[in-house]
Ligand binder design. Structure first.
Ligand code: NAP
Length: 267
């Protein structure tokens, strides 16, 4: 699918690191102009700059713009900057998200609102702000990053899981509402990919705050054993699926949720 997205512009939230970075790189390889959004702090800014450098080394064209998906003003500025810099917007990837910080029946009720505010309300706000531009481009795309945790309940992660299940429903609602504008809306459900968020999850499971206490190799090995395809997942795996859903080959697909998890979930 080399250059299948030439002349398209894609905005990816939370793309300074992790899965968002993998998505941004694959979209750039497919020829799209890239807007990396990052949370406005020095670490995320530095990570965003290094993602831009990586995209440029792949021959891509990218800018970094700060956004907090919980803030209307921040979203408005980000979308305006995107549209003025690249003369439009074709593809929105709602990737920014948070994991809960407490576990199981100890989950604080505040975690439900935090996960909902960022993972769901943020997706809604971004979709509404981008929709007029996605309509104007004639064949708009929204791709939301849900999770395998949204496919079934989780005893460990009730707040996160509920927010990711809501994302599948929100994808369907947006798909119906935006179909008359020829904007497709789909969602991807990744399995487990080692990223900063996954590290938070691993620490939660091990009941520790200490970074050094998490044995990355052991965690990945344990996860591999529950994956039918028996291979560790990568952010690029998610990027490849995003490129497909963003392409014109996917123009008749909307309101769908696709598991990308090596066969863990088959619903
Ligand atoms: P990550 O590395 O933590 O990336 C998430 C990004 O979202 C971070 O850059 C984070 O910034 C940003 N963010 C958080 N709150 C934000 C806000 N209010 N406004 C704007 N940006 C905000 O995690 P990841 O693993 O790559 O996850 C990316 C997406 O994939 C998430 O939606 C996650 O739920 C989903 N997912 C991940 C996995 C996995 O195994 N990793 C599996 C299934 C689904 P800060 O770091 O500064 O907070």
């Amino acid at each position: 699918m080399m250059n299948s997205l030439a002349d398209k512009t894609a905005l990816i939230t939370g793309a300074s690191q992790g899965i968002g970075k993998g998505i941004a790189c694959e979209l750039a390889i497919a020829g799209a102009n890239i807007v990396i959004t990052y949370f406005d702090n020095p670490t995320d800014h530095e990570n965003a700059e290094s993602t831009i450098a990586q995209i440029q080394s792949l021959g891509g064209n990218a800018i970094a713009v700060p956004v907090d998906v919980t803030q209307e003003t921040s979203i408005k500025q980000c979308v305006e900057l995107t549209v003025s810099h690249f003369s439009g917007l074709d593809i929105l990837i709602n990737n920014a998200g948070v994991m809960q910080q407490t576990k199981g029946l100890h989950t604080l009720v505040e975690e439900f609102s935090r996960c909902h505010t960022i993972n769901i309300n943020g997706t809604w706000r971004m979709a509404i702000a981008c929709a007029p531009h996605l309509k104007a481009c004639g064949e708009g795309r929204i791709i939301n990053i849900s999770s395998g945790a949204g496919r079934r309940g989780s005893a460990d992660l009730p707040a996160y899981s509920a927010s990711k299940a809501a994302m599948i429903s929100l994808t369907q609602s947006l798909a119906l509402a935006l179909a008359p504008d020829n904007i497709t809306v789909n969602t991807l459900c990744p399995g487990v990919i080692w990223t900063p968020m996954c590290e938070t999850f691993a620490r939660l499971m091990e009941g520790t705050d200490s970074e050094s206490a998490v044995n990355r190799e052991k965690f990945i090995q344990d996860i591999k054993e529950i994956i039918p395809l028996q291979r560790p997942q990568t952010a690029e795996d998610i990027g490849h699926a995003v490129v497909f859903f963003a392409s014109s080959g996917a123009k008749n697909i909307t309101g769908q949720a696709l598991n990308i998890d090596g066969g863990i979930n088959m619903n």
